[in-house]
Design a protein around this ligand. Structure first.
Ligand code: IMP
Ligand code: MG
Length: 172
């Protein structure tokens, strides 16, 4: 196993998630929202955030996209699972673990826009601005981080470390 160093602890994540949930509640009130969870990385984040929402008019769906092999981002989008909902005239929030080059969210927002949603918002736990290749920003951001490879709280390195309850920098 590689060496890891805590970057964002469990308490910090919990506190930030509460704030983001409040922002979402303020923006959507009790309007229905379809939450799109981008697998695999955002399963922890989605799980924690939806339980903090006061709005109970929430539907959840999953998409699966792979844009990463080991630590170098590739431009290849491997779209493995699409949404099963009809998103026409719906409020959508796409939730991903991290916004890095932007390839994933850029692809996914364009894909979902074609389905004619009413409103489409994006939410990421982490933003790694330094590596952005596509012009895309998330509407809700948990934490801004420097250009380090991070693991934990859903994020992996070669499928490992997802189960950590905190976010850590992976040392190589
Ligand atoms: P993007 O398409 O380059 O923005 O990358 C988004 C995806 O790459 C995320 O959903 C993650 O799965 C993965 N990713 C990007 N940076 C990291 C990282 O530091 N650790 C683990 N996964 C990452
Ligand atoms: Mg991912």
């Amino acid at each position: 196993m590689n060496k890891i160093k805590t970057l964002i602890n469990k308490k910090q994540i919990k506190k930030r998630i509460k704030t983001i949930a409040k922002e979402i509640d303020k923006d959507f009130k009790d309007e229905q929202i379809i939450i799109i969870c981008v697998l695999k990385g955002s399963f922890y984040f989605v799980n924690d955030i939806i339980r903090k929402l006061k709005n109970k008019n929430i539907l959840i769906d999953f998409v699966k996209i792979k844009s990463y092999s080991n630590t170098s981002s590739t431009n290849n989008i491997d779209f493995q699972l699409d949404t099963s909902f009809n998103l026409k005239n719906k409020n959508i929030i796409i939730i991903d673990d991290i916004l890095d080059t932007g390839n994933t969210l850029y692809f996914l927002t364009n894909h979902i826009k074609k389905m004619g949603p009413k409103k489409i918002k994006t939410c990421v736990l982490l933003n790694k601005q330094a590596r952005r290749k596509k012009e895309i920003n998330a509407d809700y951001v948990g934490f801004e981080i420097d250009n380090n490879f991070v693991v934990g709280y859903g994020l992996d390195y070669e499928e490992k470390y997802r189960q950590l309850q905190y976010i850590a920098i992976l040392k190589k």
